[in-house]
Write a protein that binds this ligand. Structure first.
Ligand SMILES: O=C(CO)[C@H](O)[C@H](O)COP(=O)(O)O
Length: 230
């Protein structure tokens, strides 16, 4: 798994702090990325020790990791709701609980699982914190639509880049068979407005702006972890 940005120790602290809040009997959304992976590993250890939970993975990668860790799984259509999802973020505003996700091209399912969850516990290292979002916003895009979507986001003031795959000739293909377009809007002063406009673009399956989404965040640091609840 590709590791991004901050230190692995900080990511581990954040992931483990979130995993510690999971209680017996919970349905747990399992996030994608290197920080959420530490939470999945910690939950796997707890399951080994007798914790009774069911996981709902947010991606093929999260599913594989959960299987490796021995966490029982189910799909979203088999349950009534999710008690908590633990997931990472690419950039996070602590004042508002808003973030940008999709660095792992999994943001559509991540947002779906978050929308069904009572608690959205984000786990980040301190390099992800910002006062204002300015990370490119990932869009999952229907393959036939990528040029049409590119034109539409330019008219919204964004600069789109089709995401290339690291280990294959061609673009990233999501778990859902779609493409990813990263859109640079510079500093995003009104995330809710950009989110509304992006949702209205035909051909966009989902965007990576999660507006005031976190109910809890654990921020891992070099020497500890701080948790904020909204
Ligand atoms: O949104 C995501 C995947 O789509 C990840 O949660 C996000 O990219 C953060 O990953 P990492 O913890 O590896 O930095």
């Amino acid at each position: 798994m590709k590791s991004t940005g901050g230190s692995d120790a900080a990511k581990r602290r954040a992931g483990e702090a979130a995993a510690d809040t999971v209680e017996p009997g919970m349905v747990v959304g399992l996030g994608t990325g290197s920080t959420a992976a530490y939470a999945i590993e910690a939950l796997g250890d707890a399951v080994d020790d007798g914790l009774d939970i069911v996981g709902v993975p947010t991606s093929f990668g999260a599913r594989q990791r959960a299987i490796d860790c021995g966490i029982p799984l189910c799909s979203l259509d088999e349950i009534d709701g999710i008690d908590i999802v633990i997931d990472g973020a690419d950039q996070f505003v602590r004042d508002t609980g808003s973030c940008i996700k999709g660095g792992g091209a999994a943001h559509s399912r991540e947002k779906l699982v978050a929308s069904a969850a009572e608690t959205v516990h984000l786990v980040v290292d301190e390099t992800k914190l910002t006062d204002a979002l300015d990370h490119p916003v990932p869009l999952e895009v229907l393959p036939d639509a990528h040029t049409v979507v590119a034109d539409a986001v330019r008219s919204l003031g964004g600069e789109p880049t089709l995401r290339d795959a690291a280990n294959k000739d061609g673009p990233v293909v999501t778990d859902n068979g779609n493409l990813v377009c990263d859109v640079d809007f510079g500093t995003i002063s009104d995330p809710a407005s950009i989110a509304t406009h992006l949702s209205a673009v035909t051909g966009v399956v989902e965007h990576g702006l999660f507006v005031e989404c976190a109910t809890t965040v654990s921020v891992g640091q070099a020497d500890g972890v701080s948790t904020t609840t909204y």
